[in-house]
Design a protein. Structure first.
Length: 199
C-alpha cells in the first residue's frame, strides 16, 4: 500500500518546481512519523495522509476527489474518511481555520507546517515566489491582512503574513519544540536580509 502510494504521489509531483515536490512530501512523511514516535497515533493513517496531502492542493492542480478515488478499495472506508478529513482540514488559509480533531491530523499538519519554516522554509518561500513572479521585496509595502489574497504582496511579506505565525499554531509538544529553533532562524534571516538590503 505504501509503495503504491509513493508511486502515485511521485507521478503527481514529478514536474513540480513550486517547493511542493516529492522531496517536500518525503520530509513531511519523515517528520510526521518522527512526531508520532513521541505523540502516538495510527501510523498508517499518518503516513498515507502525509504522502497524499498535496495531491488535493488546488493550487497544484490537485483535488480531494482524486485522493478519494485513489484510496477507494485500498483502505477501509473508515480509514479513508479519516485521511480525507485530515487533508481537507490541514491547510493554513489565513490561520483562522478550526483545529483538526484527530491526533493523526494534528501530527500531519504539524509536520507540513514545520517544513514551511526554518532554512528549508526560507528556500521554499523564495522558490515559490519566483515561480509566481512575486517581487522579492518592496520597501514600504505592508503585509496583507488575514484573508486578503488579492492585494499586492512580496516574498518577504509572506513571512509576516504566514510563516512567522506558524510557531504558535503547532498542535503537539514535539512540534512546538522543533518550531522554536526554526522560527528563530527565520527571524535572524529576516533581520540579516533587511540589513543587507538597506546597506
Amino acid at each position: 500500500m505504501i509503495n503504491e502510494t509513493e508511486q502515485f504521489v511521485r507521478a503527481f509531483h514529478a514536474t513540480d518546481f513550486s517547493g511542493h515536490d516529492y522531496a517536500h512530501i518525503e520530509r513531511v512523511r519523515k517528520m510526521a512519523l518522527q512526531i508520532a514516535a513521541t505523540e502516538g497515533g495510527d501510523l498508517l493513517t499518518i503516513e498515507l495522509a502525509a504522502l497524499l496531502h498535496d495531491v488535493a492542493d488546488t493550487k497544484l492542480g490537485g483535488t480531494l476527489s482524486s485522493v478519494d478515488a485513489f484510496l477507494s478499495g485500498k483502505v477501509s472506508d473508515t480509514r479513508k474518511q479519516k485521511i480525507l478529513q485530515i487533508i481537507d482540514g490541514m491547510s493554513f488559509k489565513g490561520g483562522d481555520r478550526p483545529p483538526l480533531e484527530t491526533l493523526e491530523g494534528k501530527i500531519v499538519q504539524d509536520a507540513d507546517r514545520l517544513d514551511a519554516i526554518g532554512a528549508i522554509g526560507v528556500a521554499r518561500t523564495f522558490q515559490y515566489g519566483a515561480l509566481t513572479q512575486a517581487p522579492m521585496h518592496v520597501p514600504g509595502l505592508r503585509p496583507r491582512k488575514p484573508g486578503d489574497r488579492t492585494s499586492p504582496s512580496s516574498t518577504i511579506n509572506h513571512f509576516y503574513e504566514k510563516l512567522l505565525l506558524l510557531k504558535d499554531l503547532m498542535n503537539t509538544e514535539t512540534a512546538k519544540g522543533i518550531a522554536e529553533e526554526r522560527h528563530a532562524f527565520m527571524v535572524e534571516f529576516l533581520e540579516r536580509f533587511q540589513t543587507e538590503w538597506e546597506l
